[in-house]
Every structure is written in structure tokens, then in C-alpha cells.
Design a binder for this molecule. Structure first.
Ligand SMILES: Cc1ncc(C[n+]2csc(CCOP(=O)(O)OP(=O)(O)O)c2C)c(N)n1
Ligand code: SF4
Ligand SMILES: [Mg+2]
Length: 376
């Protein structure tokens, strides 16, 4: 039998009363109207440092991250009465934004070599200092290849000298610009053009690679942070905070790459969120070598919810499930959770899945198993 019910009438607004928002403190849609939780991007005053018309792939996490980083950095510099100059290492971000004679950049922007962005930024900062232009701030940026591999010596030197530069690494976990080759930031088991899914241990090997945020912390520089494009408010806040400091500062941003990861372009933010909620990408801040804050996991998900959405991990699920490798990746996530205390909150929801029973996960991402991109 069908029953109908008349909806209760909405309570009248109290004269002079405040409009009520639910879940204040979250980013629920209605709350985005509140000035204090609006992102810079929703402001008409945003700087549009990376404007439309560039040639990034649809859903490119790097384009999204760079836009937020440089708009926030520009706003912070302008707010202090100054301006910003950017040095950009060779890589996708440089290539898709500046095909000669076009440019999508609306701020002073220098293209360096693949491996020397931190050194070029050092020169720019030194030149500005010599001219007494300390109102002009310097941001250097590059991909994970340019940062953790070929530019790594320059970066460490920049940290050690105490240069007044904010360096931002956009980590898409491989050399995307040249056709998805492995980098020192490529995670274990991931398939790339140079770590094919063949043999007894398909994909990238375990036990190699570099954790550059932790290496940056070991330099005891004023500020180190990680962030993702799943929480753009957090990214903006960290950039603004870093711009309020002087000396070498480092932000490592997790930016999914639909082309290189074999993921749906509409899943970029979702995949970044799953990387955080599984523990695979810990989000934290550190000052002078000490962790000062972490973004706790609200609802822990099993790593396979993250892996299954990306073709670079398809060999872990087809033709048979590779329990051992999935378990080793889960162990890496669990280690991060322990190391940074990511579940040390009473309201956090523990992982619900059990690989053996296939029970539903906390975020329900398991429903996407059937929607996972198919292997080429
Ligand atoms: C010395 C040198 N070696 C190789 C290259 C070719 N190259 C240009 S960009 C790039 C990879 C960039 O990877 P990454 O820094 O991770 O940036 P992404 O394209 O992934 O954003 C390579 C190998 C180069 N320009 N210079
Ligand atoms: S290959 Fe990846 S990083 Fe490069 S533009 Fe496309 S999505 Fe962005
Ligand atoms: Mg890269």
C-alpha cells in the first residue's frame, strides 16, 4: 500500500533572526556561501594567475593544484603590499601552459631547465635582494621528476642556504610530460612505461623511491607541508601560511594525472581523497623539522578502494587478485597512519573492509569496482 504524507510547513523565519546553516564547519554546499569558508577561487577578486585556454588534459590535478597555489601565493604577496614571481621547471605544467607564442600565465613567470628550478629561483631571489626589492616574493615549482630526481641537489642546496623561496612540488608520481616514465616518487606496484606490468613482480618495485617531504623536514627548514587537490581550502591555507614566513619553505601537493594513472578525468578529486582516507598519502605540516599538525582520516578506507580506480594498478585485480601485493600496499598505508597518528581521533571511523569477506568500505567506493577503468 502506498502512503502519502503532507510535508510539514517550513518554520517561519524569526524577524531579524539569522539564517541557519547546517553542518557549519564542513564544506557542505550551503556553507560555501559563508564568507569565512569561501575559497579564494570563489572570489571575484581572485588573481587568475593560470587562466583558461591552456592545454592540460581534462581533469588534470596538476593544473588544478597550480591554479590554487599561485592564486593563493599571489593574493598573499599582494596583501603584504608586494607581488610574486614564479620559476617553473620543465614538465607538463610548463608545457601545457606555455606553448610558444602563447601563455596561460598572468604573473611574471620564468621557465627554467628540468633540473634547476630551485637554483634559478635562488638567483632570482638574490637579484631581488640585491636591488632592495624584498617586496617581490619568489615561488618555484616543478613536477615530482624535476623535484625528487633531477632537481633534488638544487633543492637541497636551496634548503641548506636558507634561500627565501617557497618551492611547490606537484606530485603526479611519474614523468608525465615525456610519456609516463617512473620517477623517484612512483609508488610500489604502479605500472609506468618503464615499470611494465610483467614478470613475477609487475609494476614498480617496493623499497625504493624518496619521501621528499620527510627529507625536507630533515633540513629543518621553516615550513614543510603536504596537501592534495581533494582539500583545496587546506591547500590555500598552507600556501598563505607559507607566504607569511621567510626562508626556504616546501609544499608537496598530490595531484592525480588521469592520463598517466589511467583514471577517469572526473575522478581526480575523488582519487586524491581516497589516497588521504586510505593513509597512502599523509597530509601534515611541519616547522623546523617537527610535525605541527596532521589532517586526520575521518573515514578510513582500504587501499584497494583507491587502487581499483586506476589502470596503472589493474594487474593487481585482473586476471586474479594479487592479495600479497595489495596487502603490502595496505601495510604502507597502515605505517603512515601510525607514523602520523592519522586515526588518533575518537570520531574517526575505522576501516570497514575485509578483503576476505569483501564487506563494503566506509566511503562506498567499492561500488566503483564495476566502474573501474578497464585495462587497455
Ligand atoms: C636534462 C633533461 N632530461 C630530460 C628532459 C626531458 N623531460 C622534460 S619534462 C620531463 C619529465 C617531467 O616529469 P615531472 O617533473 O614529474 O613533471 P610532470 O610532467 O609529470 O608534471 C622530462 C624527462 C629534459 N627536459 N631535460
Ligand atoms: S599528462 Fe597528466 S599531468 Fe600532464 S596535462 Fe595530462 S593529466 Fe595533467
Ligand atoms: Mg610528474
Amino acid at each position: 500500500m502506498t502512503t502519502t504524507s503532507t510535508p510539514a510547513p517550513a518554520p517561519p523565519l524569526q524577524p531579524g533572526g539569522r539564517v541557519r546553516f547546517y553542518q557549519v564547519g564542513s564544506f557542505a554546499v550551503g556553507n560555501r556561501l559563508l564568507p569565512e569558508v569561501r575559497s579564494l577561487q570563489s572570489s571575484r577578486e581572485r588573481h587568475n594567475t593560470l587562466t583558461s585556454g591552456h592545454r592540460a588534459c581534462q581533469g588534470c590535478g596538476e593544473a588544478l593544484g597550480a591554479r590554487y597555489v599561485l592564486d593563493a601565493a599571489s593574493a598573499a604577496a599582494a596583501g603584504a603590499g608586494g607581488s610574486l614571481v614564479t620559476v617553473n621547471a620543465t614538465g607538463c605544467l610548463e608545457v601545457f601552459s606555455s606553448p610558444y607564442p602563447e601563455s596561460a600565465w598572468r604573473l611574471p613567470w620564468l621557465h627554467s631547465l628540468f633540473g634547476n628550478a630551485p637554483a634559478v629561483a635562488t638567483g632570482v631571489a638574490a637579484g631581488l635582494k640585491a636591488k632592495g626589492r624584498e617586496d617581490i616574493r619568489v615561488v618555484a615549482q616543478g613536477g615530482d621528476g624535476g623535484t625528487v630526481d633531477i632537481g633534488f641537489g638544487c633543492l637541497s642546496g636551496m634548503f641548506e642556504r636558507g634561500d627565501d623561496i617557497l618551492y611547490v612540488c606537484y606530485d603526479n608520481q611519474a614523468y608525465m610530460n615525456t610519456g609516463v616514465q617512473r620517477s623517484g616518487a612512483t609508488p610500489p606496484a604502479a605500472r609506468t612505461a618503464t615499470t611494465q606490468a610483467v614478470g613475477d613482480t609487475p609494476g614498480n618495485v617496493f623499497g625504493q623511491g624518496k619521501d621528499v617531504p620527510r627529507i625536507a623536514m630533515a633540513h629543518e627548514i621553516p615550513y614543510v607541508a603536504t596537501a592534495t587537490v581533494a582539500d583545496l581550502h587546506d591547500l590555500e591555507r598552507k600556501v598563505a601560511y607559507a607566504m607569511g614566513l621567510h626562508g626556504p619553505r616546501y609544499i608537496h601537493v598530490f595531484v592525480p594525472c588521469p592520463l598517466g594513472w589511467g583514471s577517469k578525468s572526473s575522478y581526480t578529486v575523488r582519487i586524491a581523497r581516497l589516497a588521504v582516507e586510505s593513509g597512502l598519502f599523509p597530509v601534515f605540516e611541519a616547522e623546523h623539522g617537527e610535525v605541527t599538525g596532521v589532517s586526520p582520516i575521518r573515514r578510513q578506507v582500504p587501499v584497494e578502494d583507491y587502487l581499483v580506480l586506476q589502470r596503472r594498478y589493474a594487474h593487481l585485480f585482473r586476471p586474479t587478485r594479487d592479495e600479497e601485493t595489495i596487502g603490502r600496499i595496505q601495510a604502507l598505508a597502515d605505517r603512515n597512519i601510525r607514523r602520523y597518528g592519522l586515526l588518533d581521533r575518537t570520531d574517526a571511523t575505522p576501516v570497514l573492509n575485509d578483503a576476505a569477506t569483501g564487506a563494503a568500505s566506509a566511503l562506498g567506493a567499492r561500488a566503483d569496482l564495476n566502474n573501474a577503468p578497464k585495462e587497455d
